[in-house]
Design a protein around this ligand. Structure first.
Ligand code: M6R
Length: 616
């Protein structure tokens, strides 16, 4: 949901800003812009489209500057065009501002400003900020940071802001509430980013801004941070932290796309997510971040899992895992619905929020709601230092490494790995799992990375199947039990990157309506691995074949029954039923990937999407 980069220092700002925008482009890519401080005035370049379009446009322009701010946009208010692209300027062109978030009361503020004679250049919510800040600064004749604090006290919504001002050409004013923003501290130079990706190349000393913080970054004075929630507006001591990210992790490493790299990283990311959490003798599973809350979790009357998109699918898998192993009821909620549902929550409920980015607005709102009701709130997330990691009482990181492709792949399998470990650890302590079952699952879990390697080796075979699927306008994904969420995830992957309409269903639901869609043109991708309901799935497949549907199956190695009924078949290694989502999801990721490539889609940056949905 929009990426923010800013720089001030003795180096050329423009190349740093552009490289930073490329690294944040996964957050939005419908337009981009940059404001540069040049000889005491602000030069603005904006372009509809991707960051490379802005770069092409700037090829013939003067881009020399030592301070600047830049933005890559995912449109919320106003269509993606140059007018609506950030930065936005104050009327006298003395301030330039970039914003990530949503200003909820922008309409009333805009009306007020228009009544006072302001003429708006864009349809965005953001533009009210720059006019409001400038107005407060001029009216009260106060320093810019104070004007920002005063103006923001009138603003409802979420924001990460960076402001450039001609009055202090090497200074940046930053503010944060609800959207992420961090400051990289170099040697008398500062690198600002929505996450660590634009910063890591230059420094690993960072300050994560907190909600309500307003920071003044300048070359003359040390970093100054105050919080608008502090009525005395006292200066805070910046909390310097080490950025947990390496440059290799955010580069493509020889792969054509981030998505393919991330699919192939899964053996490693699953190993990393298990590392140090199973003891040497394999007798105990323990998640360090949860130890303090384990008792509460074991005594919980109910788990509520709140998440969005792929993370919600990981939550559905966890429902099967926890209910079957720990015997505590689980409800899985779309965070966006949960937050507005006036849900019934008790103090002995445990809410588990799952998010790759840790910045998904709806998931964070669910966390807030559960906290207000006194429930215990646990986070499972991938981005170290993200808002979710900071706002939950305890939690566990998935060690997937940065996921940059918009389609979530390695984050999903890492989430399922950590949720499996969590379920095993609770089951062990609660005594709801037999020793033999525990060892069976642990041994199998440890073999998953190697099994995924064997599936990845089938890429060419999957590519051939993709040729067929790529010609179809629709597809249906079927699964049962713990593989039903895998069907949902397979359908989401296909639709989000190839734009083929796809639906996931529990296989037995077909006859309650969707079977009407089946004819000779409809491909059905069925997860039919060895599981309790295997025979039932065989019957479901027969019902589809009777209506001339085309079966593409994911089966256990050695299967002959379903294979014999399928036009195409992908065999995957035999796995404990509860762990099959970890392996069965991988061929579906590869299938979606190759279908999208064949159809000429930009797999890393699918249309209309952004990686991190930090707005409602
Ligand atoms: O960062 P999060 O895990 O909270 O993101 C949730 C969804 O936006 C995300 O999983 C989305 O559905 C992916 N693009 C799916 O591939």
């Amino acid at each position: 949901m929009c990426g923010i980069v800013a720089y001030t220092g003795s180096n050329e700002a423009y190349p740093i800003l552009m490289k930073g925008l490329h690294r944040l482009e996964y957050r939005g890519y419908d337009s981009a812009g940059v404001a540069l401080m040049q000889s005491g005035s602000i030069t603005l370049y904006k372009k509809r489209g991707k960051v490379s379009d802005l770069e092409d446009y700037c090829l013939t322009k003067d881009t020399s500057a030592h301070a600047g701010i830049a933005h890559t946009r995912w449109a919320t208010h106003g269509e993606p065009n140059e007018q609506n692209a950030h930065p936005h300027l104050s009327e006298d062109h003395s301030l330039a501002l970039i914003h990530n978030g949503i200003i909820e009361n922008y309409l009333s503020l805009k009306k007020e400003l228009q009544n006072r004679g302001y003429v708006f250049q864009s349809d965005t919510d953001t533009e009210v900020l720059v006019h409001l800040i400038k107005e407060v600064q001029q009216k009260d004749n106060i320093p810019l940071d104070e004007a920002v604090m005063l103006a923001l006290s009138r603003v409802e919504g979420t924001y990460a802001l960076a402001i450039l001002s001609v009055d202090n050409p090497d200074q940046l004013i930053l503010a944060k509430k609800g959207s992420p923003l961090l400051i990289g501290v170099g040697d008398n130079e500062y690198f600002i980013g929505s996450d660590g990706a634009p910063i890591v190349e230059y420094t690993n000393k960072v300050v994560y801004l907190e909600d309500g913080d307003v920071a003044v970054v300048s070359l003359e004075n040390p970093l100054r941070i105050r919080n608008i929630r502090d009525e005395h507006a006292l200066l805070k001591n910046p909390h310097y932290q080490r950025l947990e990210m390496t440059l290799d992790q955010i580069e493509k490493g020889g792969f054509e796309t981030y998505m393919l790299k991330e699919i192939f990283e899964q053996p490693k990311s699953i190993r990393d997510s298990m590392r140090g959490r199973i003891n040497l003798k394999k007798e105990v599973v323990s998640l360090g971040g949860l130890i303090e809350y384990e008792q509460k979790m074991m005594n919980a009357k109910r788990f509520i899992i709140a998440a969005c998109g792929t993370s919600w699918h990981a939550g559905l898998v966890a429902e099967y895992l926890i209910e079957s192993l720990v015997r505590i009821p689980v409800e899985v909620e779309y965070a966006s619905e949960f937050r507005y549902r006036d849900p019934i929550l008790y103090e002995d409920d445990v809410l588990i929020a799952i998010s790759q980015s840790g910045e998904t607005a709806d998931t964070l709102a669910a966390v807030e709601l559960a906290k207000r009701h006194g429930a215990t709130v646990i986070g499972i997330c991938n981005v170290v230092g993200s808002t979710l990691a900071r706002e939950t009482m305890a939690g566990s990181y998935t060690h997937a490494g940065p996921e940059i492709g918009v389609a979530s792949t390695k984050a999903f399998t890492a989430q399922v790995t950590v949720l499996t470990l969590m379920a095993l650890s609770l089951a062990q302590r609660k005594g709801t799992i037999s020793k033999s079952m525990y060892h069976q699952l642990i041994n199998d879990l440890e073999s998953i990375p190697e099994k995924i390697e064997r599936i990845l080796a089938k890429e060419q075979h999957i590519q051939k199947i993709a040729q067929f699927v790529a010609t179809r306008p629709n597809a249906i994904f079927l699964g049962r039990g713990i593989n039903y969420p895998v069907a949902l995830e397979g359908a989401l992957k296909l639709k989000e990157i190839s734009y083929i309409h796809a639906e996931g269903y529990p296989a037995a639901e077909m006859k309650h309506g969707p079977i009407a869609l089946i004819d000779e043109h409809m491909p059905l991708i069925v997860i039919a691995t060895e599981q309790l309901t295997y025979d039932k799935i065989v019957s479901n497949i027969q019902e589809v074949i009777a209506r001339k549907g085309t079966i593409i199956s994911i089966v256990t190695e050695g299967d002959t029954t379903v294979k014999g009924m399928s036009k195409f078949c992908i065999e995957i290694p035999r796995t404990e039923e509860l762990l099959t989502p970890l392996v069965a999801s991988v061929p579906l990721q590869l299938l979606a990937y190759h279908v999208a490539l064949i159809r000429g889609c930009d797999v890393d940056k699918p249309r209309n999407l952004a990686k991190s949905v930090s707005v409602e």
